[in-house]
Design a protein around this ligand. Structure first.
Ligand code: NCN
Ligand code: DMD
Length: 350
C-alpha cells in the first residue's frame, strides 16, 4: 500500500508553462495556425508531461500484463483458458501479433505474468515474474481478488514504470487474458452504470447464449454487491482482473514519473478509466490510440473525454492499436522540433 499511497501523493498536473511555450513555438512555424490538428495537441501534451518543449519518442516500451480470470468458469468466453499462457509465450517469441508489430515499429516488448494460471515454463529476458495469484476467483461467488492482491497488482504496474523510466521516452500497454472482456466490461459497468448493451460485446467471438450469460453475471454481480458508481478500487477488486489492476498501476506510474502512456483498445481503456477515477490527473498523461471494435470503447472515450486517432477495425487487444500509434507520436515531436518560422523559410527561399 505504501507505493500506491506515495504514488498518488506525488502525481501532479501538467507543466502549463512548457505547454504555453510549445503552443507558441507551433504557432510561429510556417503553417496555418493549428493546421496540424492532433499532431500539435500531442506535441503540446508531451511538453506538459516532461516540462520540455523538445521531446523524443524513439525509446518506446510496450508492456503486456497477462492474467487469468475465475469468471471463465461461467462460460463467458469462447476461448480455452490455456490460451492466456500459450499466447503470452507466442508474444515473448515474437510470433504473436504484438511481438511482430513491436519489432516492425521499433518498440521494446516486455511481458508481466501478474496472474497466469499455468506458469510460463521457460525463461525469457523480457518476462517479468510478478504473479500474485494463479488467476482470480470467480466473481459470481465473491470478490475476484482480496484487497491485498488488488493493491499488489496495481503496485506491480507502478513498479514497471518506476524501474524502466530512465530507459524509455514513451510507454504503451496491453493485456492477455481469457475472459478479459467480461472483467473489463464489469468494471466499466460498475464505474459508469451505462446501459449494458452499450458496454458488453462478444470479445474473442462469443455465441448469443454466451453473450446473454455474460451480461447477466455482470449485472447481477455489480448490482448485487452495490458496486454501481462506487469506489473504483472496490469495483476493481470485486469484478476486475489482475492484469487490469496492473495496467491501472502503469497509468498511475506514468503520471507519477511524468511519461506519456498510450492507451490501447477496450481493456487497456477500462484500466485507463479506472486510473482516471482514482486520480483525475492521470488522464493528462494518456494518449488514446485505437478505437477497438468492442462497443464499450465509445463509453470509455466519452468518460475520459479523449479521442482515439486510429480506427483499424481491430479487436485483438495485446496493445496492438497502441503500438501502431508510435510513429504518429514521433511525427508530432519531430514537427515541433524541426519546422521553421516564416522568416527563416523566407531567408532560405524567399
Ligand atoms: O482490448 C480490446 O479491444 C479487446 C477486444 C476483444 C478481445 N480482446 C482480447 O481477447 C481476450 C479476451 O476475450 P474474451 O472473449 O475471452 O473476453 C483478451 O486476451 C484480450 O486481449 C481485446
Ligand atoms: C488467439 C487469441 C489471441 C489473443 N491475443 C489477445 N487475446 C487473444 C485471444 C485469442 C483467442
Amino acid at each position: 500500500m505504501k507505493l500506491l499511497n506515495e504514488t498518488l501523493e506525488y502525481i501532479e498536473g501538467l507543466d502549463r508553462e512548457a505547454q504555453e511555450k510549445a503552443k507558441k513555438r507551433l504557432d510561429s512555424r510556417m503553417k496555418p495556425v493549428e493546421s496540424l490538428g492532433k499532431l500539435e495537441k500531442i506535441a503540446v501534451q508531451v511538453a506538459g508531461i516532461t516540462g520540455r518543449v523538445f521531446n523524443s519518442a524513439e525509446r518506446r516500451c510496450h508492456i503486456v500484463a497477462s492474467a487469468d480470470n475465475g469468471i471463465v468458469e461461467e462460460g463467458v468466453s469462447s476461448c480455452p483458458v490455456e490460451y492466456t499462457r500459450i499466447v503470452s509465450e507466442a508474444m515473448l517469441n515474437k510470433i504473436a501479433a504484438i511481438g511482430i508489430l513491436c519489432r516492425s515499429i521499433g518498440a521494446d516488448f516486455k511481458l508481466v505474468d501478474i496472474g497466469i494460471k499455468n506458469s510460463i515454463p521457460r525463461e525469457y529476458p523480457n518476462l517479468y515474474n510478478k504473479n500474485i495469484a494463479r488467476g482470480t476467483k470467480n466473481f459470481v461467488h465473491g470478490a475476484a481478488m482480496s484487497t491485498e492482491e488488488c493493491v499488489a497488482a496495481v503496485e506491480a504496474g507502478i513498479e514497471m514504470i518506476r524501474d524502466l523510466k530512465e530507459d524509455y521516452d514513451v510507454f504503451s500497454n496491453g493485456e492477455m487474458g481469457i475472459a478479459n472482456t467480461t472483467t473489463s466490461s464489469a468494471v466499466l459497468y460498475g464505474i459508469t452504470g451505462a446501459p449494458l448493451d452499450d458496454i458488453v460485446g462478444r470479445g474473442g467471438g462469443l455465441s448469443d447464449e454466451g453473450l446473454m450469460k455474460k451480461k447477466r453475471v455482470i449485472k447481477e454481480t455489480v448490482e448485487g454487491n452495490n458496486l454501481l458508481k462506487g469506489d473504483p478500487m472496490e469495483i476493481l477488486k470485486h469484478v476486475g482482473g489482475l492484469d487490469i489492476a496492473c495496467m491501472v498501476g502503469m497509468y498511475l506510474g506514468a503520471a507519477r514519473y511524468r511519461k506519456p502512456m498510450l492507451i490501447d483498445g477496450f481493456i487497456s481503456g477500462v484500466a485507463a478509466l479506472a486510473a482516471y477515477k482514482i486520480n483525475p490527473h492521470t488522464r493528462e498523461y494518456m494518449i488514446a490510440t485505437h478505437r477497438s471494435e468492442e462497443p464499450g470503447v465509445k463509453v470509455i472515450l466519452e468518460e475520459l473525454q479523449l479521442e482515439a486517432m486510429l480506427n483499424m477495425d481491430m479487436r485483438l487487444g495485446e496493445g496492438t492499436g497502441a503500438v501502431l500509434a508510435y510513429p504518429i507520436v514521433t511525427g508530432a515531436l519531430e514537427v515541433i522540433k524541426n519546422m521553421k518560422k516564416v522568416d527563416e523559410v523566407y531567408d532560405l527561399f524567399g
